[in-house]
Design a protein around this ligand. Structure first.
Ligand code: DSN
Length: 485
């Protein structure tokens, strides 16, 4: 048997081939698009910092009859009958999440990071605003309030404040920014990185917190390349009476894999921690909320139906599988390699002339200021995509090009590390990228003005990048156990 035949005869290959045959019998185009997506993912260098490749076990745990079951409520206290196995699988996911992150309580129902943050915001509002109001008005729940008291409570909800990291410092839209529901709910003020070092300015965080006196202090990021000192942030939160909420969506895998420990692990310091499960943690698409604060538990557990639709039991099953994988010792090796690979990538780009925001990285991502190549983020993203390298454009601190065109690209190593790449591979990735970026030229609009989107790039440069990437990907294949399907 050839190597490829052997790969094609694995249990995973047979499972996927059979599954695609079943789908194709009903809607062949969907089966064909699923195959197309796998082909694409196998032929491109994936450097999106928020993406990864989940294992076949995680993916398969999502495709089954758990998907058909409604289960509002929590295990043992559902609004629907027939939840015996949903209860078991949710309890398993909860216990695994608690053990993985050293949390006293875990809620595994959120469908995404936004949902996890909404559950957390609601829990804090319920605990710190609604509950005292109800006590003061001798009411057991909101239905017992008079219309006038209810209106007062609604006004009070609308009066609450939060602080979060500015978007162009690396913060996230769900941390109180106007286009997101969090910005419409809360009066938000941002803290920034230091303009010189481009690192989190804890003095500014303290200043903003003292002046603004927020109910919630949000920490966490989607485009900040450094470790965050959560012990220091908790001191600031305590000083101003804020609830410290950490959104670790991006770096949860580095917490689970013990890259971030002590002051840099949010769990011992934050009142409430939210995360996605699909980024560096490498699970299914979804979210979780964790806490060590007994007072918050009952409110977090009311996430569905407070802000969530019925829990996706199939995804909770997949979360349990992913948490089991992350509890294995090899996941710690993976997480450390993710961090080392990001450093190698940043160093590789810096030595080839790219400016790295903050001068380096301590986590799974780095930000490249592509004005060092004479480009906007939009031009760099498109030129790289046309060469088979998938990245996303991203604002850099105090970005002069705004959030649409941007001056940067964000690069992450969770996905390439999953397929086995090491630091020397990431240096080669840096070389492939820099060759493309150096050869890309910004062009002009039809009116002859400098364009922020258009560019020229010679076909031979694209082709060379594609063939070098193909070599790397052949040495580090995606889903080798599934083979050709
Ligand atoms: N979309 C995710 C990211 O790319 O960071 C988070 O919203």
């Amino acid at each position: 048997m050839t190597e490829q035949d052997q790969a094609a005869d694995t249990i995973e290959a047979r499972a996927y081939r059979a599954a695609l045959d079943v789908i194709a019998a009903v809607e062949p185009d969907v089966a064909s698009h699923i195959r197309g997506e796998l082909d694409n993912q196998r032929s491109q260098l994936k450097l999106i910092a928020s993406e990864n490749y989940a294992s076949p076990a995680v993916l398969l745990a999502m495709g089954n009859w758990f998907s058909d079951k409604y289960a509002e409520g929590i295990p043992g206290q559902r609004y629907y009958a027939g939840c015996e196995y949903v209860d078991k699988v949710e309890t398993l996911a909860v216990n695994r999440a608690k053990a993985l992150f050293g949390a006293k309580h875990a809620y595994v129902q959120p469908h995404s990071g936004i949902d996890a943050n909404l559950v957390a915001f609601w829990a804090v509002l319920a605990h710190r605003v609604e509950a005292p109001f109800l006590t003061e008005h001798a009411a057991k729940n909101v239905n017992e309030l008079t219309d006038s008291d209810w209106e007062d409570l609604r006004q009070l909800f609308g009066d609450q404040r939060m602080i979060g990291m500015a978007l162009d410092s690396g913060g996230h839209l769900t941390h109180g920014f106007r286009p997101n529901i969090s910005g419409k709910l809360f009066n938000q003020r941002s803290y920034h990185v230091d303009p010189e070092t481009e690192m989190l300015d804890y003095d500014e965080v303290a200043k903003v917190a003292r002046e603004f006196k927020p109910l919630i202090m949000v920490a966490g990021y989607s485009a900040y390349p450094r470790a965050v000192d959560f012990a220091k942030l908790r001191e600031i939160a305590d000083e101003v009476g804020a609830t410290l909420m950490v959104d670790m969506a991006h770096f949860a895998g580095l917490v689970a894999g013990k890259v971030f420990t002590g002051d840099f692990d949010p769990l011992p310091h934050a009142h409430i921690v939210t995360s996605t499960t699909h980024k560096s943690l490498r699970g299914p698409r979804g979210g979780i909320v964790l806490t060590n604060e007994e007072d918050l538990v009952e409110f977090i557990d009311k996430g569905c139906p407070m802000v969530l639709g019925g829990p996706l039991s199939n995804v909770m099953a997949a979360k349990a599988v992913a948490f089991a994988e992350a509890q294995r010792p090899e996941f710690c090796d993976y997480a450390h390699q993710v961090r080392d690979n990001a450093s190698a990538l940043a160093e590789g780009i810096a030595k080839r002339g790219g400016r790295i925001v903050s001068g380096g990285t301590e986590n799974h991502l780095c930000l490249v200021d592509v004005t060092s190549f004479g480009l906007t983020g939009r031009q760099a993203e498109s030129a790289l995509e046309s060469s088979g390298v998938i990245v996303n454009r991203n604002s850099i601190p105090f970005d002069p090009n705004g959030a649409w065109y941007t001056s940067g690209i964000r690069l992450g190593t969770p996905a390439l590390t999953t397929i086995g790449m090491d630091t020397s591979d990431l240096d080669e990735v840096a070389d492939i990228m820099c060759e493309v970026l150096a050869a890309t030229e910004a062009s002009t609009t039809t009116a002859g003005e400098p364009s922020k989107a258009k560019f020229t790039l010679a076909d031979e440069v694209r082709e060379r990048a594609r063939s070098r990437s193909a070599e790397l990907l052949a040495q580090n294949p995606l889903y080798p156990e599934i083979g050709a399907i």
